[in-house]
Design a protein around this ligand. Structure first.
Ligand SMILES: Cc1cc2nc3c(=O)[nH]c(=O)nc-3n(C[C@H](O)[C@H](O)[C@H](O)COP(=O)(O)OP(=O)(O)OC[C@H]3O[C@@H](n4cnc5c(N)ncnc54)[C@H](O)[C@@H]3O)c2cc1C
Length: 330
């Protein structure tokens, strides 16, 4: 690992100042950053150990809608310990429960999870986000079994790694960011972009900005996450889907359907969302809606299997939201 300066603070203001004018990086739980530093993929000159509180709470301001607030330093273990969160935000709870191991959940924070960098093996081996070498895209021409199946016309073929981004986007969460020019709030979906050049980043947060909290309105319907893994161990999901549904009687009046593991950004299945409108969630409708989730798919040579997996994962997430887990009854 390269030598670096070290600053430790619980204050977001101090963290922003410490990041200014140097090639710096925030250290939260370190479960992603330290492994990149050990592999020389990330070589910051200054590491800012930002350790704000771990707090999850639901508040209702007078006349306002109930809102969940999750501070940046909240560990996945603390998120999972909240009974109220498990009941009201099962999509988020389920996604967090599948991340890594107990040790990782104890260290990993919500901010670090959202801002972790791609797991693409070419990126992690120093070939950059677009993995282009001598004019060839190594991921397109090489082993791309875990790569994207959507937005594959460009050179960014890695998949966005954060499991928690998927339910947070489905639930309409926002991120508050502090930078040298003050505070700004963006939708969690806006934290991500598809890089076009190797010098672009897949994250929109500036190098001198700090994510301070996540907020989301208390959902008014049902929500769930379902994911498929290669093996039941501490690995990232192949594909996961989160849904958040509002109902008018038995029929869906609003649907958010977001898929992870399929694109360089969390992928919003807009056509499936439209197809769900006005229907009850049954085995038949969920299957038909899930078929819309793969419209426009363009898999690579080694990941055609993800197309069928995506359909199944979306179908099961929809059914899980209404308490139908037929696959567990076998
Ligand atoms: C074996 C294993 C299995 C895993 N499985 C999964 C999985 O299934 N799903 C999944 O989503 N993840 C998985 N992970 C990844 C893990 O969830 C992340 O490494 C972790 O959430 C990162 O959080 P952290 O607090 O340790 O972040 P750090 O490693 O400290 O930071 C990660 C990145 O975020 C930046 N950062 C952190 N906090 C802030 C902030 N407040 N403001 C600005 N930038 C910030 C850092 O600079 C760094 O670039 C797995 C990891 C391992 C090792």
């Amino acid at each position: 690992m390269k030598a670096f300066e070290y600053v430790s603070t619980a204050s977001a203001d101090i963290a922003v100042k410490a990041l200014g004018g140097v090639d710096g990086a925030i250290l939260a739980g370190g479960t992603d950053l330290l492994s990149r530093m050990k592999d020389y993929v990330t070589t910051p000159k200054r590491v800012v150990d930002f350790n704000p509180q771990s707090v999850v709470q639901k508040e209702t301001s007078p006349g306002g809608v109930p809102t969940w607030t999750i501070l940046a330093g909240t560990t996945l273990a603390d998120l999972l310990a909240s009974k109220a969160l498990r009941e009201e935000l099962p999509a988020l709870w389920q996604a967090a429960s599948e991340v890594g191991t107990p040790q990782i959940k104890n260290m990993a924070t919500i901010a670090g999870n959202l801002l972790q960098r791609p797991r693409c093996w070419y990126y992690r081996s120093g070939f950059g986000l677009l993995s282009v070498k001598d004019g060839k895209n190594l991921l397109r021409e090489g082993d791309n079994r875990y790569a994207s199946i959507f937005h594959t016309d460009g050179d960014a073929l890695f998949v966005a790694p954060s499991s928690l981004a998927v339910p947070l986007i489905a639930l309409g969460a926002s991120a508050t960011i502090l930078g040298p020019k003050g505070e700004r709030t963006v939708m969690v979906s806006s934290l991500y972009q598809i890089p076009k050049r190797d010098s672009d980043r897949e994250l929109t947060i500036g190098a001198d900005e700090v994510l301070t909290k996540i907020t989301l309105p208390a959902p008014q319907g049902k929500n769930a996450t379902y994911e498929a893994r290669q093996k039941q161990s501490h690995d990232w999901p192949l594909v996961l889907a989160s849904v958040s549904l509002r109902f008018d009687g038995a029929s869906v009046s609003q649907a958010s359907i977001v898929i992870g593991g399929v694109a360089p950004i969390p992928y919003r299945a807009v056509e499936a969302e439209k197809a769900m409108f006005g229907k009850p969630v049954t085995l038949e409708t969920a299957e038909a809606v899930a078929a819309n989730a793969i419209n426009g798919v363009k898999p690579l040579s080694g990941n055609v299997y993800k197309v069928a997996l995506t359909k199944t994962v979306v179908k099961r997430a929809l059914l899980a939201a209404v308490g139908n887990r037929y696959w567990e009854e076998v």
